[in-house]
Design a protein around this ligand. Sequence first.
Ligand SMILES: [Zn+2]
Length: 413
Amino acid sequence: MTLEKYTVGVGDRFAHQAEAQLQACVQLAADGIEVVPVWNKSNREHSFIGSEPQSVYDAAKAAVEALGWEQGWHVDADHINMDTVDKYLDCSDFFTIDVADFIGQPPEGDAVAVFVGKHPELVGSVSIEGIDAPLEITREYVETVAGKYLRAVAEAGTIYRHIESRKSDFIAEVSMDETDVPQTPPELLIILAALADEGVKLQTIAPKFTGRFNKGVDYVGDLEQFEKEFNDDLAVIAHAIAQYGLPDNLKLSVHSGSDKFSIYPIIGNALRRTGAGVHVKTAGTTWLEELIGLAEAGGDGLALAKEIYAKALENVDALCGPYASVIDINPAQLPTPEAVADWSGDQYANALRHVQEHPEFNQHFRQLLHIAFKLAAKEGARYTDLLKANAEVVGKNVTENLYDRHFKRLFVA
Ligand SMILES: [Zn+2]
């Protein structure tokens, strides 16, 4: 099974928006650009919502049939490990093998010495097409990087072989993004060499990039540095495919990729210049479009949207705790629940919708609601019945967000 060139991770926490999401791909296809949806939902999200992995497949398949979508589509077992992979085997064809927790753990036995001995080509002046100056890599550097990553690579191999023993055809991604320190292009080269040794036929890799990828808001960081690193990563991947026999469609995966509007032109230009593919995860934002749609619907929808904000504010510390490294909320910038209670549906929608130049947009309000989906989950049928009753206005927002703010900026020159 071969992963298509351009793929987007889409998430649908409450399993009501798959059709609206796919509609964005239909619109882009009409523009002549094929982007294939990959529906993903992590184990953590399933446990918060109380859903089963099979529901993601079912919702995706129903959307594909309803819209007569004839291109590819996939279901991603997102951020799985050996403890969680089994329940995704029947209903996923894409596996995000998350080994970030193993980074920095000591490799077994003489694995580092064996690796360094096997890879003299990694030491010295390493010329890579597409990178101006050769990478100057010392033996000590290879030892250090191998020492840091070989245990994680071995774990990726264990999980990969476990999936392979139960499924003949699947797509593997290796993710290392949920860690503190970004991986540099020379580190990526060494990691890819090690993954090839381990027999992991990965089709995408999700490194941690430089800068902050906060939930639901724009990229924060040095754009020039990001551009250099992204371009160098593309060059390293092309080099590793040729040198180590990795799958020739191997590409970068950008996690927490929704709403990173300032880097989309950089990514888009790099893809068009090199012909490389990409996987961009936009998963978390669909739930915010549901809230926007409910606010615009007015009545009970707006009332619930306001109630969820008030509860989020009451529980702000508990909600933010697990996300501390991926949000930046200034409490002083959060509107009071009394103020929000007086808002019209449009005011609520304007504060939440990610239109940065809109005078009413409030990124603190947006970030808090982004992580407040558990509060909607607690409402159960009250929430999902409102989604059904207001499917049109909600769906319109879901499609527009993906097509206008994400796909066009990423994939259309
Ligand atoms: Zn991730």
